[in-house]
Design a protein around this ligand. Structure first.
Ligand SMILES: [Zn+2]
Length: 304
């Protein structure tokens, strides 16, 4: 190994000598700086070589002997004989070959490696990019679509519910009057016939409230009621009319005349109707009570 080291050292010196101009200080400085780092020129020849090239660069007078063999050297460092012997030795040739061998397969390998690494990193980047874009775009699209569909569904359900509620309210609205219908006031279809007695009045009432239809007419008493009431049109509500009378109309309206008073009742399984009927001598009839559902049961209506 020591032999090999020396050969390596000599070859190094030969190469430097045949390659560089040692009269230039920057060249020599470069070589010595490199030598400080690598410590190649450690033999006697190496040390001599270093001193020689420094002296040459510094411009000092040097003996022109070969630092290796001591013969005269034209270049003042290594003689031509040593240069050719060492430079063309088998060792030097092998060194070059192994260097080339070392270099040659390495360079393409290295290149390939770099290319591979590049391609891999590019692929990776692309993959990551595509992954990221997929992550960024697709999920956001999916989530937006999901939210949209969800909101649409909720809206449809809400609107349908509201529609059903409206229909339900509308249905209620239409059915409410059926629970509590307002009917036209009931009026008699019979002629006004003057009566002389309670019996005559009773007979007239039976025409409108016959026993065979479930009515019961009972005589109560003779009494007196306002003349004006018997002059109203059939179906008129006495209280409503009286509220709107002028003073002059009141004067004529509130005279009293004799009337026959009867109770009328009507009973069914689930329904009961009761009321009062008044008949004056002219045969006009007023009725009060629950015969007309939804109407005022506390007021007389002109019936006949
Ligand atoms: Zn020599």
């Amino acid at each position: 190994m020591a032999d090999d080291k020396l050969r390596q050292e000599l070859l190094y010196m030969v190469r430097l000598t045949s390659k560089y101009d040692f009269s230039r200080m920057e060249v020599v400085e470069g070589i010595l700086r490199l030598e400080n780092e690598r410590q190649i020129l450690g033999s006697v020849f190496g040390k001599r070589f270093k001193t020689r090239i420094f002296d040459i660069a510094a411009g000092q007078a040097v003996d022109e002997t070969c630092v290796i063999c001591g013969q005269h050297a034209d270049n003042k460092v290594i003689c031509q004989h040593c240069l050719s012997t060492i430079g063309e030795s088998d060792y030097a040739k092998n060194k070059i070959k192994t260097k080339e061998k070392d270099k040659k397969p390495r360079i393409p390998d290295f290149k390939k490696l770099i290319d591979k690494i590049k391609s891999i990193t590019i692929k990776k980047e692309k993959k990551e990019e595509s992954k990221e874009t997929v992550k960024e775009k697709v999920p956001s699209k999916i989530s937006v679509g999901k939210v949209k569909r969800y909101v649409q569904g909720v809206l449809i359900v809400c609107l349908t519910l509201i529609l059903f509620i409206q229909i339900w309210i509308l249905g209620l609205w239409f059915t409410i009057p059926d629970y509590n219908p307002t009917e036209e006031a009931r009026v008699s279809s019979n002629q006004v016939v003057p009566v002389e007695s309670a019996d005559d009045a009773y007979a007239q009432l039976l025409l409108d409230f016959p026993e065979e239809e479930g009515y019961t007419v009972t005589y109560s008493r003779e009494d007196a009621d306002y003349v004006g009431r018997f002059l109203l049109n059939p179906g008129d509500c006495c209280l409503e009319i009286e509220d709107n009378l002028t003073d002059e109309e009141r004067y004529d309206y509130f005279f009293k005349e004799d009337v026959y008073v009867f109770y009328i009742s009507y009973l069914e399984e689930n329904t009961g109707k009761v009321g009062i009927a008044e008949v004056n001598h002219a045969g006009s009839i007023l009725i009060e009570g629950s015969f007309n559902d939804g109407r005022r049961t506390d007021s007389f209506y002109k019936f006949r």
